[in-house]
Design a protein. Structure first.
Length: 280
């Protein structure tokens, strides 16, 4: 695989990062994962806007402008012959002296890699969720961007897998349903599509915003709702949204089955049609 390594295209085995890089030492960085279909990115501007929001919040300078990044991403598609895949952008504050202070880290580092994936033809109803013991802080400003420190999500996923589940359901510090370790959560009750509000401690995903666009076109009203896990079990259906897979149905939560709904499949088909039309 060829990767983009701070301005150069190099084989992945030669792409090295210093042990003194702050993303390695402190998780002092950001990342984005962007779906590519038909050789083109889906919702590129939305991902770059979130990356830019993160750079402002963390005070990290983006070393390349948006057109340069777009051209580099397209070159990765060509070099790797990967029209269908996930692009990972990783931005670090760079190398700095020992200690938490970022003031002497002046050379940010950016890398991009493109990972192949198979197109998804139908929603996958195979995710069993397990409620993680770790909690997300409510109204956390860092939740608005994808920081390079995802230990809560890593440990929550490990806990879920140890319990025989596919994915972790994360609650916030008030015990309210927040998100999963890799995506945003939705549930359907009759003609209403529910999802937790953004200020509850979740990362507002790009695919989440796409589903919020599509739902009214399919006759669903949208309600941002704060609920606790027992209320989720009364839903007509539930699903997770994420850039890689789009929409994944939820089969069970903590061993309790969740029904399926044709509305989920309608949303998935509408999402797939939009993905194909915007990347054609």
């Amino acid at each position: 695989m060829m990767v983009y390594h701070n301005g150069a295209f190099v084989p992945e085995e030669t792409a090295m990062v210093s042990i003194f890089d702050r993303s390695f030492q402190y998780g002092d960085g950001l990342f984005e994962t962007i779906r590519f279909a038909n050789g083109r990115p889906f919702r590129w501007e939305s991902h770059l806007e979130r990356l830019a929001r993160g750079t402002r919040l963390l005070g990290i300078r983006l070393p390349f402008d948006a057109p340069t990044l777009a051209a580099a991403a397209q070159e990765l598609v060509r070099l790797n012959q990967t029209p269908e895949g996930m692009l990972r952008i990783t931005l670090s504050r760079g190398i700095g002296p020992r200690g938490y202070s970022p003031t002497r880290a002046q050379q940010p580092f950016l890398a991009m890699s493109l990972h192949p994936m198979e197109p998804t033809a139908a929603p996958t109803r195979s995710w069993k969720l397990h409620t993680a013991s770790l909690r997300l802080p409510d109204n956390n400003p860092l939740a608005s961007c994808k920081t390079a420190n995802k230990l809560v999500q890593v440990l929550a996923r490990a806990e879920a897998e140890a319990a025989g589940a596919d994915e972790a359901l994360l609650l916030n510090t008030h015990g309210e349903v927040c998100e999963t370790s890799s995506g945003n959560l939705f549930w359907i009750a009759e003609d209403q599509l529910h999802t937790p509000p953004a200020d509850i401690g979740l990362l507002p995903g790009v695919t989440r915003s796409v589903v919020l666009e599509l739902a009214p076109q399919l006759g669903l009203t949208i309600e941002e709702s704060r609920i606790e896990p027992p209320a989720l079990l009364t839903a007509d259906a539930a699903f997770v949204t994420l850039s890689s897979l789009g929409i994944v149905e939820v089969a069970a939560v903590d061993g309790n089955p969740i029904p399926t709904s044709p509305r989920t499949h309608s949303l998935f088909r509408a999402y797939q049609q939009l993905l194909q039309s915007e990347t054609a």
